[in-house]
Design a protein around this ligand. Structure first.
Ligand code: AHG
Ligand code: MN
Ligand code: MN
Length: 339
């Protein structure tokens, strides 16, 4: 790890990759970096102060909102609003898109979509959680409030995307479409330092990540793939290994580094799966493709899906190319209506 290159310097350096870049995207990424540090500080205190547990309300997904979900949502929103580069935000924690009202924000070019705290059921038990974000250029005219159209762009229009994993160390990983880079937070100096330059996912891996508790409700193709992983012994005599944290960010991060595949398929009761297209699947799909892997809903490339709703869910299959090819062979062999 090089403490000699900070995230801030790296962002400015890479700004030159964008023709006519005026520093707005750099400033926007600086807001995300700042909010990540604040959220990291709070997460590290969980257990000491009264910030764990539920707020007592359900979010728009009908899921129990944790105090840190609400805290992270407020901090990211405030940091984004303060820097005038963003005209609106779509968040997992808010029913409708948030429109920033200041004139400077109305004149901004970008919208941000985010899952402020991913894996929040893990907060109370000291297991890794994350933040996921993605940035789009607005399609509505600058100077007017952002519209639904700005937020419902397909993933292939993302300008930048990334995540923060608050784990045994805290890391920020992002892409602007020129590869993926990772920065580890050094709390002693309060700085993210470049630690993982040009990250690529191995073409093959041994890890499959899926909530096997839902096994009986999975489509046949997924069941058969799981059985294949359990029964197939590769040449070096080591079987596949199952790893599932229950925080997409943490599961994704491990698989990115080690090689693997993450599956959140449809189930009989939830035909669209659980994960949200706009602020979970799209950013992760952009990152995995930039790292040399693949992401689909079982048939279609995630980045080519045309969103219709802010909180839309889709099945997600994401990871190492060779493993994804095998997953697809199973999904094609067994029709997905057959559970
Ligand atoms: P969130 O905490 O933002 O609602 O996301 C939780 C997601 C994701 O992080 C994780 O992979 C998945 O839910 C776990 O779901 P199951 O408990 O159904 O496996
Ligand atoms: Mn999430
Ligand atoms: Mn969340």
């Amino acid at each position: 790890m090089s403490e000699l290159r900070t995230l801030g310097e790296f962002i400015v350096e890479k700004q030159h990759d964008f023709p006519h870049a005026s520093g707005e995207l750099s400033s926007l990424l600086a807001s995300i970096r700042l909010a990540a540090k604040i959220v990291n500080r709070e997460i590290n205190k969980a257990g000491l102060v009264d910030i764990t547990g539920s707020t007592g309300v359900d979010n728009v997904q009908g899921e129990e909102q944790q105090k840190l979900d609400a805290f992270a949502n407020e901090k990211f929103k405030a940091a984004l609003e303060a820097r005038d580069q963003v005209c609106g935000v779509c968040s997992e924690e808010e029913d409708e898109a948030i429109v920033f009202s200041k004139e400077l924000n109305r004149n901004a070019k970008y919208v941000v979509l985010m899952d402020p705290l991913d894996g929040s059921s893990n907060i109370d038990v000291n297991v890794s959680v994350g933040t996921i974000f993605t940035i789009y250029r607005r399609v509505s005219p600058v100077g007017s409030p952002p519209t639904q159209e700005d937020f419902l762009q397909p993933g292939n229009k993302q300008v930048a995307a990334g995540y923060v994993v608050y784990g045994s160390s805290t890391m920020l990983v992002y892409t602007t479409g020129n590869g993926v880079n990772g920065f580890t937070y050094d709390p002693s100096i309060g700085t993210f330092c470049l630690s993982h330059e040009n990250m690529t996912i191995p073409k093959d891996g041994k890890i499959y990540s899926i909530n096997e508790g839902n096994y009986i409700r999975f489509p046949q193709g997924v069941k058969k793939y799981i059985k294949y992983c359990q029964e197939n012994v590769p040449e070096d005599n080591r079987p596949y290994t199952s790893r599932y944290i229950g925080s997409l960010v943490a599961d994704f991060h491990r698989n990115l580094l080690k090689g693997g595949v993450y599956l959140y398929p449809s189930t009989q009761s939830h035909p669209q799966g659980k994960l949200r297209l706009l602020y979970e699947c799209n950013p992760m799909a952009f990152l995995i493709e930039q790292a040399g892997g693949q992401a689909t809903d079982g048939k279609t490339r995630i980045l080519d899906l045309k969103p219709t709703e802010l909180h839309q869910r889709v099945p997600l299959f994401i990871g190492s190319t060779n493993m994804m090819n095998t997953v697809h062979e199973f999904l094609e062999k067994y029709p997905d209506s057959d559970y």
